[in-house]
Design a protein around this ligand. Structure first.
Ligand code: FAD
Length: 466
């Protein structure tokens, strides 16, 4: 009798010894940012319970604000997952939908990978409460990170506020190896009533990368062959030198643990630098967990006093890649055409918005999140805060990127600019076309005088330093 009030392994063993009660229970695997079968500890935990309902909830709170890139990519990723696992898709408030699904299949547990983002954590607490009232348990196993937020702390148990000591402690903390493959005798449940995945219309000219676990592994294996060159090539947008794993990581089509395990034993600067980039992702997730307000508010609060301009026609020109600064326009057009932008360009375009157009970073962050397939609150908004000078290891506000010299330095043969601003393809000096050349090919004059706007930005900065 006492035993029946408990759940878990010990309980099942005891029940089993008792004889008549089956040693398996039905459970739910609620997929969110973990759309994969390999190296998925939460899915293994569900299957260890017994027959499993793989569930996905189209949550209006997340679907509503997502732009067409993320919606479309998510649908493709779910279709891909559905070919390996019979996922039941429902739509609505997760607190109601997860409970209803668990009750329909008679589940005693709902398994998830923990979500540490501000919305995800709140949503999960609400689901947990709804389930608890009916005696169903929400079980969190793993997370989208090699080391979950809040685990990397200093000697006195405090979290890190800057990257370098965090990354050292993160590497020392270490992580588990990849989880076992799925059992071959997995048994699945499904719901009677589900919704079809919506078809998402993409704006003309937008072409997204392939979604799904198989695509993630293909991309990763191709990158591993050239990781040795990563350190030298990662800053050159005209070269395919980065891994393009960010969207796969965002949707959990591959886990960072898998990447780190493949990198283990690979020496060389390329592999070391790549591990550091994964550490940045984990660092920003940790910072957002410690300071959920930093998704919208200044991490360094003194920067909230800075004067900014309201976004107007200049902001629209920036969004549409019509600023007359070729490298900025190339970045903004790449974003709209592919749902991805090279990291160097994210820095250049963000700096241009904040320091040349004097528009507050949150406007740019929202635009990025609307278009980026990999749009991630922690990495995006802290990337923006870095630019705005208010972030963890912020680039000092007074160091203002000159878009023309950034273009010349990182795109020396102008291959990147020519790809994304094709009207400049035959122009002499595509990073700084002459007024005559601009008129001839119909490319706009520079929206602002960079030297003057740099001084204006520094004046505004001095005003908050007083
Ligand atoms: P690679 O160079 O191959 O890096 C490997 C992985 O490391 C990436 O996939 C990513 O997971 C991680 N990573 C690399 N650089 C960073 C970084 N600076 N911060 C955090 N993680 C990093 N990344 C996102 O995943 N989502 C975002 O919404 C996002 N917004 C950004 C906004 C701004 C203003 C800036 C400056 C950076 C942003 N980044 C974001 C970080 C970075 O630009 C992208 O992760 C990277 O360009 C993705 O391409 P990749 O996978 O080829 O990168």
């Amino acid at each position: 009798r006492t035993i029946l009030t408990h759940r878990g392994v010990a309980c099942r063993t005891a029940l089993h010894q008792g004889g008549p009660v089956p040693d398996q229970t039905t459970s739910v695997m609620w997929f969110r940012r973990d759309l994969r079968t390999a190296d998925n500890p939460a899915l293994l935990a569900a299957l260890a319970d017994g027959p499993t309902l793989p569930l996905f909830v189209l949550d209006p709170a997340l679907w509503g604000p997502a732009g067409p890139s993320r919606r479309s990519y998510l649908v493709d990723s779910l279709r891909s997952l559905g070919r390996d696992v019979p996922v039941s898709v429902v739509r609505g408030d997760p607190a109601q939908q997860v409970l209803r699904a668990a009750q329909e299949v008679g589940a005693t547990r709902v398994h998830v990978a923990a979500d540490y983002g501000p919305y995800g954590a709140r949503r999960d607490a609400a689901v947990e409460e709804a389930l608890r009232d009916t005696g169903i348990e929400l079980v969190r196993t793993g997370s989208p990170y090699a080391v979950a937020p809040d685990r990397v702390t200093n000697g006195s148990g405090a979290s890190y506020k800057v990257f370098t000591p965090f990354s050292r402690a993160w590497a020392e903390h270490g992580w588990r190896g990849p989880a076992d493959p799925l059992p071959t005798d997995a048994r699945w449940r499904h719901l009677k009533e589900t919704v079809d995945l919506p078809d998402v219309a993409l704006p003309e000219g937008l072409e997204l990368p392939d979604a799904g676990e198989a695509a993630a592994h293909r991309a990763w294996e191709a990158f591993l062959d050239k990781v040795v060159d990563y350190d030298g090539a990662r800053d050159l947008p005209g070269v395919e030198g980065t891994s393009r794993m960010s969207h796969h990581l965002k949707y959990g089509e591959i886990h960072p643990r898998t990447l780190l395990a493949d990198l283990a034993g690979r020496g060389g600067k390329g592999a070391t630098t790549y591990r550091q980039e994964i550490a940045w992702r984990e660092f920003y997730a940790d910072v957002l967990f410690q300071r959920p307000d930093s998704a919208r508010e200044y991490l360094r609060r003194e920067y909230a006093a800075m004067t900014y301009d309201e976004p107007g026609a200049d902001f629209e020109a920036w969004c549409e890649g019509r600023t007359g600064f070729p490298v900025v326009d190339a970045g903004m057009r790449q974003l709209r055409a592919t749902g991805w932008m090279h990291n160097r360009l994210r820095m250049i375009t963000a700096s241009f918005l904040v320091k040349d157009l004097h528009v507050e970073w949150q406007h740019g962050a929202r635009h990025f999140l609307h278009w980026l397939v990999d749009g991630d609150l922690a990495s995006n908004n802290h990337g923006w805060q870095w630019t705005a000078g208010s972030g963890t290891d912020a680039s000092p506000f007074f160091r203002v990127f000159n878009p023309t010299s950034q273009g010349r330095k990182f795109d020396p043969d102008a291959a990147y600019v020519r790809t994304w601003v094709p009207e400049l393809v035959d122009v002499e000096d595509p990073h700084d076309p002459s007024p005559e050349a601009r008129r001839r090919v119909g490319y706009p004059e520079p929206l602002v005088d960079h030297a003057a706007e740099r001084l204006e930005a520094l004046d505004r900065y001095q005003a908050i330093k007083k």
